[in-house]
Ligand binder design. Structure first.
Ligand SMILES: [Fe+2]
Length: 504
């Protein structure tokens, strides 16, 4: 009898431990809040609700106010966080005033999220200021670049040019010493393929306090690049070393992977888009700036040539943007009467000479798609008064190239400027090399690329672009390190452009 008593006691103790374990408190808003895709009269608000029971339909209340203490709530409503959307909540709020700061928060049961700040686009303004970032690999280092931007005041929005996450399982050789220093390892530790894989990687990023702070403070305008899917992807498949591990992708498998990656992106990124809509889109900042965000990866890119010889064979019909997107871009710029046009793009437009074998052609960049590149450069050359500036991600090195007509990098006529920030935390090309090799690379770059105005192969950086009626000011800022969270910030390079006006 005594034994039975002890047995029951043990069972009760174990089950109550189990209950306590289940009831361990989780912050339902552990991934913070975010806003994105601002318009003059609306903005998208985002949060995620961490629920105890994954099947729960979580009732969430959202509120948006003119003040951070929520004395002046202008709109609020209830919504649901559903398992089918990984319990992410996205709300498009309209009927807002232009160029206005708003504060927002979410409520679930008795818990309230942190307060986010956002702002609508201006209808009338003298100045537009944007931060430009790209390539944030979690295990590459701390997100000090995000931190530095979140501490700046006076921006209209943050533009992310893609590679917000990386799909690899991590632990690649160049990153091992960094992982040892920072403890930042990719989760999951295999290449992302399933919907759950991609969701887990977004969760890992959104637990990062520096990224959370940035999302909390500014609306973000995102575009994807290849690593939100897989390395060097194109619309029908994946090329390159990371894809090899998953075998040869037939179309069904690739389409399923794209569907998984797209769904997780749409859930976790504060973007205002329906799942089946193209991601390329534009934003108008008063009569100052028209921002066009391109998709050079997933919607329309045909397969990259694998050699210069193959490129000769397919050049006449291969396409980076597709005619529909190119038509859209040209009409967006032609039909918008802003002083400046900025194009957010993932791959390098400028031709650069990287060595004897490359002969100015990089097969994954615009030079690998000569038909679209020629049409694009022709459009730039014919529209000088549209004051088009290009900002490019993907390359991991910071640079400023002049784009010249006639494929003549020595004496061609200047038709536009192209600026790329260094990465947030992905390995910049110079980091993997010895100081000697880096010096040689730098000398090579300078000698062989007379259209290269400035570059940096090592530092992690971002760009602040400021547009007024009379000037576009481009400032590159570098963080001193990403291997510890203490860093200093330095303005490394500045360039200004005067607008051209239509001659009557
Ligand atoms: Fe990248």
């Amino acid at each position: 009898m005594k034994n039975i008593f002890y047995f029951i006691l043990i069972i009760l103790t174990l089950s109550s431990c189990d209950e306590n374990y289940k009831k361990e408190k989780i912050d339902p808003f552990q991934y913070g809040v975010a806003s994105g895709d601002p318009k003059m009269d609306g903005v998208l608000l985002w949060t995620h609700v961490s629920v105890q029971d994954s099947t729960e339909i979580a009732e969430v209340k959202w509120e948006i106010a003119r003040d951070s203490l929520f004395h002046d709530i202008i709109q609020s409503a209830n919504t649901k966080a559903l398992l089918e959307n990984d319990h992410c909540v996205k709300i498009w709020v309209d009927n807002l005033l232009p160029d206005t700061k708003y504060f927002y928060r979410f409520k679930y049961k008795n818990e309230t999220s942190i307060v986010g700040r956002t702002q609508t686009l201006p209808k009338k303004t003298d100045t537009v200021r944007l931060a430009i970032v790209n390539c944030s690999k979690y295990e590459g280092g701390f997100f000090n670049v995000y931190d530095a931007i979140s501490k700046m005041e006076g921006l209209n929005a943050v533009v992310h040019l893609g590679d917000y996450i990386y799909e690899d399982g991590g632990g690649q050789k160049p990153y091992l010493p960094i992982i040892k220093k920072t403890g930042r390892k990719h989760e999951p530790s295999h290449n992302l393929v399933s919907l759950n894989d991609y969701r887990l990687r977004y969760k890992q990023h959104r637990k990062d306090s520096m990224l959370q702070n940035l999302h909390q403070k500014y609306p973000m305008i995102n575009i994807w690049d290849d690593h939100e899917f897989a390395n060097n992807s194109w619309k029908g498949g994946v090329d390159g070393h990371i894809g090899d591990k998953e075998g040869n992708w037939n179309n069904d498998k690739w389409n399923q992977r794209v569907e998984n990656a797209t769904k997780a992106y749409d859930e976790w990124i504060p973007i205002n888009k329906n799942p089946n809509e193209p991601i390329y889109r534009s934003f108008q900042f008063a009569d100052i700036l028209n921002l066009n965000m391109l998709d050079t990866r997933i919607c329309c890119r045909t397969k990259q040539a694998s050699s210069n010889k193959e490129l000769d064979a397919i050049a006449a019909y291969s396409s980076l943007l597709g005619d529909k997107q190119l038509n859209w871009l040209e009409s967006s710029i032609t039909n918008t009467n802003t002083i400046w046009n900025l194009i957010g793009n993932q791959v390098l437009v400028a031709r650069r000479y990287l060595g004897e074998n490359n002969k100015y052609i990089e097969l994954d960049q615009w030079t690998g798609y000569p038909k679209d590149r020629a049409r694009f450069l022709d459009f730039l050359a014919k529209n000088p008064e549209k004051n088009i500036i290009i900002t490019t991600g993907n390359v991991h090195d910071a640079f400023h190239y002049k784009l010249l007509d006639g494929n003549d990098e020595k004496s061609g006529k200047l038709i536009a400027h192209e600026f790329a920030p260094g990465s947030v935390s992905s390995g910049n090309t110079g980091v993997k090399k010895t100081t000697e090799d880096r010096k040689k690379d730098s000398l090579d770059l300078v000698h062989k690329n007379p259209h290269l105005k400035w570059f940096d192969l090592i530092k992690h950086s971002f760009i602040i672009m400021e547009f007024t009626k009379n000037k576009a000011q481009i400032d590159f800022y570098q963080v001193s390190t990403i291997y510890k969270t203490k860093y200093t910030l330095k303005k490394a390079y500045s360039f200004s452009i005067k607008p051209k006006h239509k001659t009557k």
